[in-house]
Design a protein around this ligand. Structure first.
Ligand SMILES: *[C@@H]1O[C@H](CO)[C@@H](O)[C@H](O)[C@H]1NC(C)=O
Length: 234
């Protein structure tokens, strides 16, 4: 009796394995369908709709350099952007599959942001590009990337306290086409300790910094890093 029951269980398990699709196969199917649907030129067009809202947050992994002479500083960030692109919406009946992980942002449209005060930046790709792209069934995209950015901070670092901004804007799209928002909750996450030999990070605040040029109005968001001097008790 016992062995019969065991046989039945094994049989059922084998059947359900051969009949059901694995998450791997389902991810492959959806990815294939999306990439076929997303024609080459569409990667260059922003998502259809009146406006593209981009929600941004970042994790400050470290602050490496505060260069008082050159008035520049260097930060390493995990930089996250999120938006909706209805062209990437899909349906799945697979239980427990709430997103697909897709590694290559070059196959989809991504926002053309730039750091306003950037001197230089580089991405990290020692083993593989440090990119993460999640696509949700409703077409929501989460794009995360590890970056090291060197930024200009045009203030006197010798003051007791000073502010260095990290500001972002779209290069191409005006504010009526693309709007940047800080994530409502915890937009700039900080590590427990930031290693700066001479400085301390007092805190970070976020705000908008929309700008007007001869071409139009641009959405801009900024994180203001309030930095102070370490007091030495020698
Ligand atoms: C974009 O964000 C604004 C709020 O700032 C909202 O009113 C609007 O509905 C959003 N549009 C889309 C297409 O998500």
């Amino acid at each position: 009796m016992k062995s019969l029951l065991f046989l039945a269980v094994v049989l059922l398990a084998t059947l359900s394995l051969t009949n059901s699709t694995t998450i791997y196969e389902e991810t492959d199917r959806i990815t294939e369908a999306l990439m076929t649907k997303m024609k080459d030129h569409q990667k260059h067009l922003r998502p259809p709709g009146s406006i593209t809202n981009i929600t941004i947050d970042m994790y400050v992994r470290n602050i490496f350099t505060m260069d008082a002479d050159e008035r520049k500083w260097k930060v390493q960030l995990t930089f996250r952007q999120s938006w909706e692109d209805e062209r990437l919406a899909y349906t799945t009946s697979m239980e427990g599959m709430d997103r697909i992980a897709y590694g290559n942002p070059k196959d989809i449209w991504t926002p053309d942001l730039f750091f306003r005060d950037e001197i230089s930046s580089h991405e990290h790709d020692t083993f593989h590009p440090n990119n993460l792209v999640y696509i949700y069934p409703n077409g929501k995209v989460l794009y995360s990337k590890r970056l090291t950015v060197e930024l200009y901070c045009p203030v006197d670092f010798n003051q007791q306290n000073f502010v260095c901004p990290i500001s972002l804007a779209s290069y191409m799209y005006t504010k009526d086409e693309m709007n940047l928002h800080w994530k409502t909750e915890d937009p700039v996450q900080l590590p427990k300790t930031v290693y700066m030999p001479k400085f301390i990070l007092n805190g970070v605040t976020t705000q908008t910094c929309d700008a007007k040029t001869t071409i139009g109005k641009w959405s801009c968001i900024t994180a203001l890093f309030n930095i102070g001097h370490k007091i030495c008790h020698e």
